[in-house]
Design a binder for this molecule. Structure first.
Ligand SMILES: NC(=O)c1ccc[n+]([C@@H]2O[C@H](COP(=O)([O-])OP(=O)(O)OC[C@H]3O[C@@H](n4cnc5c(N)ncnc54)[C@H](O)[C@@H]3O)[C@@H](O)[C@H]2O)c1
Ligand SMILES: [Fe+2]
Length: 370
């Protein structure tokens, strides 16, 4: 028995950014986007159209922080008209910020209650979102949750609510050709991690698994090619498609142990999300040997081999992209790592993992983590 659900309309293809005009025709809306110059042409295009936005908010930092979102809420409260839509043009940080504003609007106390007072999020009639992703990694355009960081309190929260799916995701690979190498690799690996994490997951189902297998294969095949040909719209398109499949997979399962392990690595050691949540994938893959025949078969079909061979194929793939794969390279002391592992297996995402700590630790030794 299983259920599958994803309500987001996907509009995919080269130059389909143009469809924002139709989607927002006669609607009142604001734009949330990154501050860098390269994003200005998209908001400019709308600003000079017959239906300009009520406001353009560009104060979004990577890994959106509670304090930054409070500031945006202040700005939002100065808009005196009704806002029907938020157009989010950017990576996961922008889409997640848009979800926080859509959910809490100008009510700073709702955000504070959720982030600092551990209350369930108070989400009433959120503003509709149209998401235009500029990275291929988080799939936030296809999930109903947002990551909010509270750097001051060394915390990471997941704002999740079934009303926070975007109405439409306009995925235009031609927008992604300016992504630099490091960001291309880390976001591509984030999509791979979402896919694999949705397979070794207590919430996996046949539909999520088939999306996850497809996504993983597309990343393994296309990311090395794309890393050598960053301007290729065709390869960008293949990775964007991988990210769609990954989103359709993990929007129904959430993530698992590799993501739980990643949070302190990002917060305390500054490792980018996509690297932090993927450097353990070869270890977890190998740790799945003999754990669950269905998951094992799904993972084998990604690599066309058993998981001993599959995990070393995955290590080689990551090495070829210069991803750090051991604690020395990640710069995490062993004792600290052991604490991170203990906590991760007890964490919310860690509990989604169908494997176990003994097998993980043995695999980490065999794969040369220490
Ligand atoms: N909601 C979810 O389901 C979900 C899932 C995974 C991760 N996340 C969160 O998403 C955030 C990371 O998002 P991200 O990896 O997409 O990166 P990001 O949105 O943080 O962007 C990183 C940097 O890349 C730049 N950038 C974005 N698109 C670009 C482009 N096309 N060309 C050049 N530069 C570009 C941005 O200006 C920014 O400086 C983290 O906070 C992470 O925790 C959310
Ligand atoms: Fe992720």
């Amino acid at each position: 028995m299983w259920n599958y659900f994803n309500p987001v309309e996907i509009i995919f293809g080269k130059n389909r950014f143009q469809e924002v005009h139709n989607a927002l025709k006669d609607k009142s809306y604001i734009i949330i986007t990154h501050p860098e110059e390269i994003f200005k042409k998209y908001s400019d295009e709308l600003n000079t159209s017959s239906n300009p936005p009520l406001a353009i908010m560009t104060e979004v930092q990577p890994n959106p922080d509670y304090k930054d979102i409070l500031e945006l809420q202040k700005k939002f409260s100065s808009i005196k008209k009704n806002v029907d839509y938020i157009l989010a043009i950017g990576g996961g940080s922008v889409t997640d910020t848009a979800k926080a504003i859509a959910a809490f609007k100008e009510n700073q106390e709702y955000l504070t209650d959720f982030v600092r007072n551990k209350k369930s999020p108070k989400v009433e009639n959120p503003i509709k979102i149209i998401a235009v992703p500029t990275t291929s990694g988080t799939s936030s355009e296809l999930t109903c949750w947002a990551t909010i960081w509270d750097k001051e309190k060394n915390n990471k929260l997941s704002l999740a609510h079934k009303t926070l799916y975007a109405e439409k995701a306009i995925i235009d690979p031609s927008i992604m050709v300016d992504k630099p190498l490091g960001l291309t690799i880390s976001t591509g690996l984030d999509a791979l991690s979402h896919s694999m994490e949705s397979i070794w997951n207590i919430n996996a189902n046949p539909v999520s698994a088939s999306h996850a297998i497809q996504a993983s294969k597309l990343v393994l095949e296309n990311l090395p090619l794309l890393s050598k040909d960053l301007k290729s719209v065709e390869l960008r398109s293949n990775i964007a498609r991988a990210c769609v499949h990954a989103g359709l997979a993990f929007s129904n399962t959430k993530t698992a142990i590799s993501h739980n392990l990643s949070y302190p690595i990002t917060l305390n050691y500054g490792v980018q999300h996509g690297i932090a949540c993927s450097f353990t994938l070869p270890i977890v893959t190998r740790s799945m040997i003999g754990i669950d025949p269905v998951a094992e078969e799904r993972l084998q079909s990604i690599f066309n081999s058993n998981l001993e061979v599959g995990s070393s194929k995955l290590s080689d793939f990551m090495r070829s992209l210069n991803v750090p794969l051991n604690l020395n390279e990640i710069k995490v002391p062993v004792q600290e790592w052991n604490n991170i592992v203990d906590d991760a297996f007890l964490g919310e995402r860690g509990k989604n993992f169908i494997g176990n700590k003994e097998s993980f630790t043995k695999s980490a030794q065999l794969m040369g983590l220490y």
